[in-house]
Design a protein around this ligand. Sequence first.
Ligand SMILES: Cc1cc2nc3c(=O)[nH]c(=O)nc-3n(C[C@H](O)[C@H](O)[C@H](O)COP(=O)(O)O)c2cc1C
Length: 173
Amino acid sequence: MDVLEAIKGRRSIRAFRSQRVPAEIVEKLIDAARWAPSAGNIQPWEFIIVRKPEIKRRLAEAALDQTFIEEAPVIIVVCANEDHSSLGYGIRGKTLYCIQDTAAAVQNIHLAAYSVGLGTCWVGAFREEEVRKTFKIPHGVRPVAIIPVGYPAESPSPRDRRHMSKIVHYETF
Ligand SMILES: Cc1cc2nc3c(=O)[nH]c(=O)nc-3n(C[C@H](O)[C@H](O)[C@H](O)COP(=O)(O)O)c2cc1C
C-alpha cells in the first residue's frame, strides 16, 4: 500500500471483530515499529503483547474504563525505556527523545496494521501506575501507549484536521 494512502486512510478503530490476529501478523507490526527512527539509534522502545482476557480487562480498567480495549483480540503496550535514552542524552534523552522515538514506533504500528487490514487505536489515557503494576514494568521504563489491535467492526468517517493555512508558518512563526 502506498504510504500516503495509509496515512490518509487510517482511522482510530474502537470496535473489533473477534477474529484472531495471527502471531506472525503481530510480529510484522512490531517489526515495522523497530524500523522507526530514534535519536542516536538508541531504539528505547519495549513492547508487551497481551492476549489473556483477564489482563485485557485490567488494561481497560486502567484506561479509565475504555472497555473497547478488551474487545480487541490482541493489545500491544508500548513502553519507553527512559534509562536507555538518558544514558545517551541525559535529561533531554529521558524527557524528549525517548517519547519522540517511541511515538514514531507507535505510528509505524498503526500504519502497518492498517496496511494489512487491521484496526488500531492509540490509547494514551490510562493510569500509569496501574499499568506498571499489571506488567511489573521496571523503574526507568514508562508505559506510553496501549494499542488494541483487531479486525475492524466499524468504519468511522475521517475526523477534521486543522487547515494547512493555520499550521504552516513561512520563514517565521
Ligand atoms: C497521544 C494520543 C492519545 C490518545 N488517547 C486516546 C484514548 O485514550 N482513547 C481513545 O479512544 N483515543 C485516543 N486517541 C486517539 C485520538 O482520539 C484520535 O487519533 C483522534 O481523534 C483523530 O482521529 P483518527 O485517529 O481517527 O484520525 C489518542 C491519540 C493520541 C495521539
